[in-house]
Design a protein around this ligand. Structure first.
Ligand code: NAD
Ligand code: MN
Length: 809
């Protein structure tokens, strides 16, 4: 093509990026060994694997194939390094992270080319998106290393962390994993994806150059079945951080259940891209390009479901088809390419299979008229219309440049379609009406919602999923909690089993969890005095269950006797079963309005509960004495602490508010903590009232609705609180209580599809079973999920909006 031709046709000429420095670097290092203790170590197997360039199918180099012996060596190195690194002052760690960020910037071009060669993604994206975000991640977390002592007081690193990452953003996922882990004082063994190990190996060289202490970062290349599984099972590892497919996430949940390993899972998605009829359609078209054709569509949060308001669907689709025709697929190292190669032939075949399925299912397929290069693994941008919401291509993650379009009429229908998925990673909302956009965004069950923009990421803003998209957050302050735990948690022990009458077999059972519930009791109760010991009155009443705001008889028609420590019967409670739990979960779902009501209202109700409990504090104290045999003074302080706890969570209700992030992008990010949904809670046995209130109060304060299994041996404090709930204006269904056998009931709750999280206190065995049953949703925590809105609105519009408001006043 001559210059004159180019001038005539206005076509792009080739703009190739030179690959020779990267190829020379590969040649110099080949074959690549494992990175353990800042040394390059030959793999125990003596085996090496090819790494391929998907743009031409040719082998780039060989990398070591690690096995479990290498995992043992790497974990040993990381454990030894943790002894020192975990105690290194934050400022020192900050300097190392800062050094890593600087080195990444220094080598940015080599990294960008290597990434394009190994993964097939375009140099335009690796150069302008992947690598700058990698550096930003290390800078940002250098700051958290510096601030850890002051901003996360009482928190400790976990120890050795095993990290497993996918191939779609190889170096960026490495940064997302390693930066927060080492900033918080952990040491790391990381496994890059099989298809894309090369930038991680260049990073290892950077670690050496930056002089990090040996063993802080270890990198093992190899097969999932060898390295990945050995990491997951290794007893020396305290946490697994995983990004990848939902199926593998499930298998890791299963493998780590009961091991005490902390776990975060960033999994797949099928994210909606919602376009309202007042959106700027030309911006929308560019948004779609970024949503589904960025990184060949191999993006976990890709906007792969286009939901368009019916009256503009034809107009948008015709614009989109014109734009698709002009997209350019080809050599990733050509700077004027929009779409590079699919990572491997297997992935390409999977995309082809699902597209063929879409055609079989009767959807209409649209592709550009031009053909893709054939010497590598390429696939054209693809659009499906006439898609039924239940079809395979509308539900299954295709993980390629394939978009499915559906229409809706009303905003309510848009929300319903958007949430019609097992995933919940991200969404974009397009509308020029700020009221509509901000009304819709919180209604979508997804970790990130972009308003008039899409696929934007920043280290300052937490990212992560709901439902089968996994749990845990990466980025922002919220992401740090995945890599630390509070000092009291480190001492958690599991109480041992029960005798049939219910007392703990080891006599006075004590778990450090409940000790920690009482920690600070003196501070909280300073100045309060408890009355003298009172005689034990005999109270006999059979408590029912508490479901949907009503006292309900158990479905089984059976009761359980409650005994005092001397083995005397002191009361009866209902023996709840599967059916009662089903009703309770249903009631909890119906009460979901609790989450969308005002925080002020929730706070008021928690204060009211405290007030009503305090009116009857003596009665509650006597009940504790009766069930536990503790002194009345002691019991009274338990009641007082429970009241104080209710005050604390009432206070937090309208103060745990998230934040506004200012990423180095146009626009702002609102990070809003959001209720998880319906939470199942199994209470600890000691401190029958405080153990109950301390779990109920934070869960409902944050807008969750709950199904609670009270202490199995001392349930009467919980059943006595029905009246407290009833007199405190607590809406029906927010708190549901089912008494009975803790572990059997927990199992049912954990297996229940409509229970979003389970908070279990009991035995190690019971906890393992809950973890096994929960698969992806996990054994969750008392932290609330954060949701990010990237509201990319023109600044002028925001200030105009605020001015209008102030004029009105
Ligand atoms: P994958 O789950 O097959 O592999 C991910 C990583 O896990 C790889 O390193 C792999 O070697 C390893 N692995 C595989 N089986 C394992 C096992 N049994 N035990 C331990 N490790 C194992 O996924 P993939 O094909 O590499 O990546 C694509 C998937 O990742 C997509 O489903 C995508 O949605 C998801 N993804 C999610 C996010 C996110 O942040 N949520 C980001 C990127 C990709
Ligand atoms: Mn490769």
């Amino acid at each position: 093509m001559s210059v004159m031709d180019i001038f005539e046709t206005m076509d792009y000429g080739p703009a190739p990026e030179g690959a020779s420095p990267a190829l020379a670097w590969l040649k110099e290092h080949q074959p690549f060994n494992l990175f353990i203790n800042n040394q390059w170590v030959q793999p125990a197997s003596g085996q090496y694997l090819d790494s391929v360039n998907p743009a031409n199918g040719k082998v780039l180099t060989q990398v070591a194939s690690a096995n479990s012996a290498d995992v043992d060596a790497a974990v040993a190195a990381a454990s030894a390094a943790f002894e020192k690194w975990g105690k290194t002052p934050g400022h020192v760690r900050a300097r190392y992270l800062y050094a890593l960020a600087r080195q990444i910037q220094k080598h940015s071009r080599l990294l960008a080319v290597l990434e394009a060669l190994d993964n097939g993604k375009s140099i335009r994206e690796t150069r302008d998106i992947d690598i700058p975000l990698v550096a930003r991640h290390f800078y940002y977390h250098a700051g958290w290393a510096q601030l850890m002592a002051s901003e996360l007081p009482g928190y400790q690193p976990l120890g050795v962390v095993g990290q497993i990452i996918p191939w779609n953003f190889p170096l960026l996922m490495l940064a997302w994993k390693i930066a927060p882990a080492i900033a918080m004082g952990n040491t790391v063994v990381l496994k890059p994806a099989r298809y894309t190990p090369l930038t991680a190996l260049k990073f290892a060289e950077i670690v050496q150059e930056s002089g990090l202490p040996p063993g802080v970062i270890n990198i093992l290349t190899g097969e999932a079945s060898q390295v990945g599984e050995a990491l997951v099972r290794h007893p020396g590892i305290k946490k697994i951080a995983f990004t990848g497919s939902t199926d593998v996430g499930r298998s890791i949940r299963r493998a780590t259940a009961g091991s005490g390993k902390k776990l975060s899972l960033e999994l797949g998605g099928k994210s909606p891209f919602i376009v309202f009829d007042d959106a700027d359609l030309d911006s929308v078209v560019e948004g779609v390009v970024d949503a589904i054709w960025f990184n060949q569509g191999q993006v976990c949060c890709a906007g792969s479901r286009l939901l368009v308001q019916e009256n503009i669907a034809d107009r948008l689709l015709s614009k989109l088809l014109i734009r698709m025709e002009r997209l350019r697929v080809g050599d990733p190292l050509d700077k004027a390419i929009d779409i590079g190669a699919i990572v491997s032939s297997t992935q390409l075949q999977e995309i082809q299979r699902l597209v063929a399925r879409g055609v079989e299912e009767g959807a209409q397929v649209w592709q550009p008229s031009w053909a893709c290069p054939t010497d590598g693994y390429f696939f054209p941008p693809t659009l499906f219309t006439n898609v039924s919401p239940a079809s395979t291509i509308a539900q299954v993650e295709i993980f390629g440049p394939v978009l499915v379009a559906m229409t809706f009429r009303t905003p309510a229908e848009a929300v319903e379609l958007a949430n019609n998925t097992r995933y919940g990673l991200a969404a974009s909302v397009w509308s020029d009406n700020i009221n509509l956009a901000l009304d819709i965004a919180p209604k979508i069950k997804a970790g990130s919602v972009w308003v008039n923009c899409t696929n934007l990421f920043d280290a300052s803003s937490g990212f992560g999923g709901y439902r089968e998209s996994g749990f845990g957050r990466e980025g922002g302050k919220e992401g740090l909690y995945e890599y630390v735990r509070h000092a009291w948690e480190a001492q958690l022990a599991s109480p041992s089993g029960y005798t049939p009458t219910g007392r703990a077999a080891n006599g006075a059972s004590s778990s450090s969890f409940t000790d920690s519930l009482l920690a600070g009791i003196d501070d909280e109760l300073d100045g309060l005095s408890a009355p003298e010991t009172i005689e034990l009155p005999a109270i006999d009443r059979t408590s029912k269950l508490f479901i949907a705001g009503k006292q309900a008889r158990p479905d089984s028609g059976y009761s359980r006797t409650v005994y005092d420590p001397a083995g005397r019967a002191i009361g009866e409670v209902g023996d709840g079963n599967r059916k009662d739990l089903r009703n309770a979960v249903e009631a909890a779902h119906k009460a979901s309005g609790w989450a969308t009501g005002t925080t002020h209202n929730r706070a008021q109700i928690l204060y009211y509960m405290a007030e009503n409990l305090s009116v009857r504090e003596d009665e509650f104290a006597r009940r504790i004495v009766q069930q536990t045999g503790r002194s009345h003074v002691d019991a009274m302080s338990e009641v007082q602490t429970a009241i104080s706890r209710l005050f604390s969570y009432a206070a937090w209700t309208d103060k745990f508010e998230g934040g506004v992030h200012r990423p180095p992008l146009r626009g702002v990010v609102l990070a809003m903590p959001e209720a998880i949904g319906v939470i199942g809670i199994a209470c600890p046995d000691d401190y029958p009232l405080l153990g109950f209130i301390s779990l109920v109060a934070p869960a409902i304060a944050m807008g969750n609705t709950i199904v609670v299994i009270p202490s199995q041996i001392a349930p009467l404090s919980a059943t006595d609180s029905y009246q407290v709930f009833e007199t405190s204006d607590l809406p029906a269904g927010v708190v549901n209580i089912v008494t009975g056998e803790r572990d059997a009931l927990s199992q049912v709750l954990a297996e229940h599809d409509d229970v979003d999280a389970m908070w279990y206190f009991g035995t190690a065995e019971g906890s393992k079973r809950v973890e096994l049953a929960s698969l992806v949703t996990g054994w969750i925590l008392y932290r609330v999920r954060d949701k990010s809105f990237y509201a990319l609105l023109p600044r002028s519009k925001i200030s105009g909006f605020l001015m209008e408001n102030s004029c009105n006043r």
